[in-house]
Design a protein around this ligand. Structure first.
Ligand code: BJW
Ligand code: ZN
Length: 240
């Protein structure tokens, strides 16, 4: 089926929904110039995730991990929300119950104006002290890496690495919202990382209409109600 016909049908489903849940991944920020992880020269194609996105990698070489994150912080600070982020803000205004769940740490949904973003993998703009445990927002460029807390302890980015627990209650809240939704939009994620990807089979089992937006197929594409193939900065505005 042509994407345009698919979009028209998906739009009807969206129009009748009273409750919408959305899961976004790195692809939603691709058109803001932020690389993804697993596609088109994404980070995990040129870097070992074991070195850069695990607590063990950070313990081995905190400076290397911080160099990776500081470089991304600078790129993300310069990035602007794209038409896909903005379309989700518009969608939130139109529907009674709206839940935005993201795997992204870049803060572009906040910058676009989305409210109550459930950030499953944390936030690159928040740092946490390994000694006193304090967390604070910090957008400054760290000149000395790894940066230190005022207590002298080492800081880390408050993001979720492999093998770490997600922020307390975040996946439970997401699961509840997805299972109760009329429509679940899955945007720009390879759906390879759990428990985030597990929200898709939960929606399918709960008979929630699932609309996937991605230029590439994923393991779940054959099971969703609509697979809208294309970039989210084009498809999301077209869907509204
Ligand atoms: C476009 C586009 C455009 C391109 N428009 N689209 C069950 C089964 C097996 C394993 C596990 C399991 N449960 C847990 C695990 C272990 C592990 C895991 O999932 N491993 C798998 C890889 C197998 N999960 C965890 O460890 C998680 N913690 C956990 O489960 O805790 C409990 C526990 C602890 C200990 C033991 C067991 C359980 C934590 C996961 C943390 C993930 N962290 C990262 C880094 C975060 C910080 C950072 O950003 O640096 O999160 S990894 C990275 O992947 C990042 C992303 O959020 C995440 C997902 O990636 P995403 O967003 O899908 O990006 P891509 O690149 O994969 O895909 C982009 C997509 O966009 C593609 O499809 C493109 O086609 C598309 N695209 N351009 C729209 N213009
Ligand atoms: Zn401290």
């Amino acid at each position: 089926m042509l994407v345009t016909t698919q979009i028209q049908q998906a739009r009807k489903v969206l129009l009748h929904a009273r409750s919408i849940a959305v899961l976004t991944g790195a692809g939603v920020s691709a058109e803001s110039g932020i690389p993804t992880f697993r596609t088109n020269g994404g980070y995990w194609q040129t870097h070992r995730f074991e070195d850069l996105a695990t607590p063990e990698g950070f313990a081995r070489n905190p400076k290397l991990v911080w160099e990776f994150y500081e470089e991304r912080r600078r790129a993300m600070a310069a990035a602007k929300p794209n038409a896909g982020h903005l379309a989700l803000v518009e969608l939130e205004k139109r529907v009674r119950t709206f839940t935005l769940v993201t795997q992204n740490i870049d803060g572009l949904h906040d910058a676009a104006g989305s409210r109550n973003v459930n950030k499953l993998h944390g936030d690159i703009w928040i740092v946490r002290c390994l000694d006193c445990g304090k967390e604070r927002e910090d957008r400054t460029k760290f000149e000395i890496l790894p940066p230190k807390c005022e207590c002298g302890g080492m800081l880390r980015p408050a993001v979720v690495w492999f093998g770490e627990m997600l922020p307390e209650g975040s996946i439970e809240r997401a699961t509840g919202a997805v299972a109760r939704a009329d429509v679940f939009l899955v945007v720009g994620t390879s759906a390879r990382v759990f428990p985030a990807a597990g929200l898709i089979p939960i929606a399918i089992a709960a008979k929630v209409k699932v609309i996937e937006i991605n230029p590439e197929v994923t393991d779940f594409s054959s099971e969703v109600d609509f697979m809208l193939k294309g970039p989210s900065a084009e498809i999301l505005p077209a869907l509204l």
